[in-house]
Design a binder for this molecule. Structure first.
Ligand code: PXG
Length: 290
């Protein structure tokens, strides 16, 4: 069965799931989105993702013509109709169809799109051996211009950093703030472990406040780690005992080298492995059933 895509309350076959070329999501990247995941018919942190979606929308003064409850139901109904047990869910809200000018007042109402598909898992090797990554020169967007806490359809900042990494033969990039502090990766948050401390950059620096990040911070507290949001420099990265990335798609993935500088032992760290295991357990039990 070909997957059904939800667009503004109707379901379309993948090949017929189309939106107007006048939609400001396409013309200007004027919209917001979420990437969500389900595990064995449990949607992980659905409420948190929907809350972040509405917060992103509010941040760009975009009104969503569904209540949060209705949005939750639309996601669940789409998953049910596609009979997916493990899924990747892409929830998109655009400013909607307007004219060729920037003026959002010309848009007749937001477009809501829900795509559910099979999850593309990362290779097992990445988790067993850990990732080798690189830092890149393109800084994360400055929060005063476009706050990275808004998960907007403008992902060029991240894509440019990703291209820089790919050009050097690396799959993921560490981005810094314009002031030179560690921000995050192109599609994942970053953590370091130093002694008994679990440290990740604070959201006010201009990063996406990841939902996986929040879960891992909670797990870290339960494991007795000293969990901190703190400003990190290149030096902190290079002298960390362990490092890992978090994100909906990647979950928790160890980092073993940063531009060929070995992190810790050069193997996935022992605390990282513990956090990976605890996170996996959480995804099996914590979620909205469908
Ligand atoms: N930072 C950024 C910039 C992200 O886009 C995360 C951190 C992790 O947040 P969550 O809430 O997922 O823990 C993200 C989200 C992809 C892809 O295809 C990745 C994301 C979003 C969309 C697509 O790799 N990551």
């Amino acid at each position: 069965m070909s997957p059904k895509v939800y667009i503004n309350g109707e379901y379309f076959d993948k090949k017929d799931a189309k939106i107007s070329v006048f939609d400001h999501g396409l013309l200007y990247g004027d919209g917001v989105f979420e990437g969500i995941r389900s595990y064995n018919r449990l949607v992980f942190k659905l409420k948190e993702h929907i809350d972040r979606l509405y917060e992103s929308a509010h941040g760009i003064m975009l009104k969503i013509n569904l209540s949060k409850k209705e949005m939750e139901k639309a996601v669940i109904d789409t998953l049910k109709s596609n009979k997916l047990d493990d899924a990747y869910i892409r929830l998109i809200v655009t400013r909607g169809v307007g004219d060729l000018g920037l003026d959002p007042r010309k848009c007749k109402g937001s477009s809501i799109i829900i795509i559910t598909d099979k999850i593309q898992l990362y290779p097992e090797k990445m988790y067993k051996e850990g990732l080798s990554i690189i830092t890149v020169p393109t800084p994360r967007n400055i929060p005063e211009a476009l706050n990275p806490q808004i998960k907007s359809l403008n992902y060029l900042n991240n894509i440019l950093a990703k291209i820089e990494a790919l050009n050097c033969g690396y799959e993921e990039a560490i981005m810094f703030t314009a002031s030179g502090y560690v921000a995050e990766c192109t599609g994942d948050n970053i953590f370091i472990i130093k002694d008994n401390a679990l440290i990740t950059p604070p959201a006010y620096l201009g990063i996406l406040k990841g939902i996986t990040r929040a879960s891992v911070m909670q797990i870290g507290k339960k494991l007795g780690l000293d969990v901190k949001e703190d400003v990190l420099t290149r030096h902190n990265l290079f002298t960390a005992d362990e490092s890992f990335l978090t994100g909906t798609a990647a979950e928790v993935v160890p980092v073993v080298s940063i531009e060929k500088r070995i992190v810790g032992t050069g193997q996935p760290g022992k605390t990282t492995l513990k956090l990976m295991k605890e996170f996996k357990n959480l995804t099996k039990t914590d979620g909205t059933k469908y």
